[in-house]
Design a protein around this ligand. Structure first.
Ligand SMILES: Nc1ncnc2c1ncn2[C@@H]1O[C@H](COP(=O)(O)OP(=O)(O)OP(=O)(O)O)[C@@H](O)[C@H]1O
Ligand SMILES: [Mg+2]
Length: 209
């Protein structure tokens, strides 16, 4: 089983959006996927509940990791963990204990860049990250090309020692998918093409191991 965690100390950067869409990508490929919600807000569990309204879409197992252990059902291929913002100190180590891969979404804003810089410094103290037992990558999210804010983010992410996996554009498709319990990969292909292609680089990196 591969365990992938979406993490960033900053709120609203797209952790849950990436978690739910990644879960659907693997589920649509035929893998057995479990999605663990560590956030007391429970928005990922709400999304999973909305998903139950559909027939004929792949099932994703729900794990309420706030009220119980984040244990995936037997036979799970991918466990995706969505954690809340502001995980610091010892909680970082506890969350990363069984994680194979961590992806950090970052928004194009000076505040988010500064917060990301600080958080990466904090994360580098984690033993598993320091020993290279855990892969870490960053993704630029809610990108509007040709904006100064994005160019600044791109320059910052390109300058990091950890891989910059790719960018996801600002798109209403993510908001629509979040409301309906679907992933963007499950919406009408003609509507989501420009979003879907942006995932290729992220998925390629995930499949590299
Ligand atoms: N690429 C995108 N395009 C448009 N909207 C997006 C995109 N990514 C995320 N959003 C929207 O931004 C908001 C915050 O995203 P999300 O809930 O995924 O962030 P989060 O990091 O999980 O937040 P929190 O820290 O509160 O858990 C949501 O309304 C989501 O639909
Ligand atoms: Mg969230």
């Amino acid at each position: 089983m591969q365990t992938i965690m979406l993490m960033n100390a900053k709120g609203g950067c797209g952790k849950s959006t990436l978690a739910t869409n990644l879960a659907t990508w693997y589920a649509d490929e035929g893998f057995k996927v479990a999605l663990a919600d560590h956030d007391p807000q429970g928005s990922t569990l709400d999304w999973l509940e909305a998903r139950q309204d559909y027939e004929g879409i792949p099932e994703i197992a729900a794990i309420d990791a706030v009220n119980g252990p984040a244990r995936a059902p037997r036979g799970t291929d991918y466990l995706i963990m969505d954690v809340p913002a502001s995980i610091h100190g010892k909680d970082i180590n506890a969350h990363l204990r069984r994680v194979d891969t961590m992806i950090m979404p970052v928004l194009p804003s000076p505040l988010d860049i500064r917060a990301c810089k600080r958080y990466l410094k904090e994360l580098s103290k984690n033993n598993r990250i320091a020993r290279g037992q855990l892969r870490v990558g960053v993704v630029a999210n809610r990108v509007r090309e040709n904006t100064r804010a994005f160019h600044e983010l791109e320059a910052f992410l390109n300058g990091l020692e950890i891989p910059f996996l790719g960018k996801l554009r600002e798109s209403q498709n993510y908001i629509r998918a979040a409301e309906t319990g679907l992933g963007i990969f499950e919406l009408a292909p003609s509507q989501v093409y420009a979003d879907v292609v942006q995932w290729d680089a992220i998925i390629d990196w995930l499949n590299e191991q």
